[in-house]
Design a protein. Structure first.
Length: 206
């Protein structure tokens, strides 16, 4: 697993170096996010409490590269993401489920009219930390997963604005036990992300 992460980071770093011919920069944004279904199994196997949860705001910050290929461009990103979702437990209390991860989208974009672009592509995700009710647990099924990004952007000189939808594709559950009860939580993210980017390249993006 760590080899896959290392390979991905090296791949993104190499892509940044190549894409520097066209552009690179920094980005940050806010998101409205949620995860999947929460299941709470009591001592009685037949008693299963389910909760879809509710989303909360999150944030992301990172770097991007851009390689222009005429009307099409490639845009790899390396982004730190923090998300929070709220779940109601069977006891009636509500708890926040927090995830920290590295996102590595590799986007293919198409330039439309003027500054308007649309894009889509896979997002490789590495989970750094996940926490519920103040307890850290490391038995998430897969630390490395894959999602997809779809969105649109506007470029105004060195400034860029984009909105995108992100959805985790790989099934990925977190499991743990407490006080005789077993909990299962679908950790696949579903986000609506708003971002601002700033080009640090010497050449203007075309």
């Amino acid at each position: 697993m760590k080899k896959n992460v290392l390979f991905s980071v090296v791949f993104i770093a190499t892509f940044f170096a190549v894409s520097a011919q066209s552009g690179f920069g920094i980005k940050a944004g806010l998101s409205y996010n949620s995860n999947g279904e929460f299941k709470e199994f009591s001592n009685e196997v037949t008693n299963i409490y389910k909760n879809e949860g509710s989303g909360k705001s999150g944030f992301n910050v990172g770097f991007y590269g851009k390689l222009n290929l005429g009307p099409i461009y490639l845009r790899p990103e390396l982004v730190y993401t923090k998300t929070t979702s709220e779940y109601e437990l069977n006891s009636g209390s509500t708890e926040d489920y927090k995830i920290s991860k590295l996102d590595m989208p590799v986007l293919v974009g198409i330039k439309l009219i003027g500054p308007l672009n649309i894009f889509a592509g896979p997002a490789f995700q590495y989970y750094l930390d996940n926490d519920l009710e103040g307890l850290n647990f490391n038995d998430i099924e897969n630390e490395f997963s894959v999602g997809i990004n779809i969105g649109a952007s506007i470029e105004l000189g060195r400034l860029g604005l984009d909105v995108r939808y992100e959805r985790g594709l790989s099934e990925n559950e977190a499991n743990w036990s407490k006080a005789g009860e077993t909990f299962t939580l679908d950790s696949r993210p579903e986000q609506l992300i708003f971002s601002v980017s700033y080009s640090l390249s010497k050449k203007k993006n075309k």
